[in-house]
Design a protein around this ligand. Structure first.
Ligand SMILES: [Zn+2]
Ligand SMILES: [Zn+2]
Length: 285
């Protein structure tokens, strides 16, 4: 069984439409793929309609969250939420708020880059984002298109990471509020790339333990942004806290370089996840 539990479509900041993502997942030899766009379930219907017969689709979402650590550090973090009730009114209201703040933030980042003479524009970034929510990958593509950087990874490293002056903070949901929202909507929350240092600062082990006590069910252990040490640490934490260790590519189409299935979830871990009660079930054979 080849299982990839984290992938993005054009409903957020991927480059495959949900239907293309389904076809690519089957072509990559996956048995199971999760569609986890940022703060939206808008891609679910198209993906479900396009799902090839042999592929199982796990509908999900990647929730943008914030943790203020006891020492005052503000840390961005992502929760994957699988198999939740997408019509939950409290979740819908929170996503609507997040989508609006993402646009405002994207505009502000573009303005800062333009002010320093980088030849991109908001119109260009909006076009790249299409109907999806605006994210840093769209800014990265605009910078590549305009010849500022050779590729999106360089754009992230040199201009768009949270350590850079062009970075604008997001108004994301407190992670404990998000855990409560996801559980109330019957979803299964898994902490995405918990130790991805190259994306910015990460939360403490104590915070991860507190999240486990607050309803977190898993930790993404295998992720392209985890170094070998991070994977070992995440696996140890998961074991110690009784959390399910998952793996995924965090595929974004051509917005990032990692192909579907580059990292995978162990079938036993997937079984443990499915054994938990959830609002909906995966669709597939
Ligand atoms: Zn993420
Ligand atoms: Zn992601």
């Amino acid at each position: 069984m080849r299982i990839d539990l984290h992938a993005h479509s054009t409903a957020s900041d991927g480059t495959d439409t949900p239907a293309e993502l389904m076809a690519h997942a089957a072509a990559a030899g996956l048995d199971v793929v999760a569609l986890t766009d940022h703060d939206t379930t808008a891609g679910w219907d198209e993906a479900l309609a396009a799902r090839p017969a042999g592929l199982t689709l796990v509908p999900g979402v990647e929730f943008s969250c914030l943790r203020v650590e006891p020492d005052g550090r503000r840390i961005s973090l992502h929760l994957l939420a699988y198999l939740l009730d997408r019509n939950d009114t409290q979740l819908q209201a929170e996503w609507q708020r997040l989508r609006e703040t993402r646009r405002t933030r994207g505009r502000e980042m573009v303005e800062r880059l333009v002010a320093d003479g980088y030849p991109i524009s908001w119109a260009q970034v909006s076009t790249l984002a299409g109907a999806g929510s605006v994210g840093r990958p769209h800014l990265a593509r605009a910078l590549v298109e305009s010849g500022v950087v050779p590729d999106v990874d360089t754009a992230f490293r040199d201009l768009l990471s949270s350590r850079q002056r062009y970075y604008v903070r997001k108004a994301d949901t407190d992670v404990f509020a998000a855990l409560a929202l996801i559980r109330a909507a019957g979803g299964l929350p898994v902490f995405a790339h918990p130790l991805a240092h190259r994306r910015g600062p990460v939360v403490s082990d104590e915070t991860i333990a507190a999240m486990a006590a607050a309803g977190l069910v898993g930790l993404e252990v295998e992720h392209p942004d985890h170094e070998p040490d991070d994977r070992a640490h995440a696996a140890r934490l998961a074991r110690g806290l009784g959390l399910i260790g998952t793996g995924s590519s965090d595929y974004h189409g051509t917005n990032k370089t990692t192909p579907l299935g580059a990292r995978q979830t162990d079938p036993d871990a997937y079984e443990r996840l499915l054994a938990l009660p959830s609002a909906i079930r995966p669709t597939g054979p």
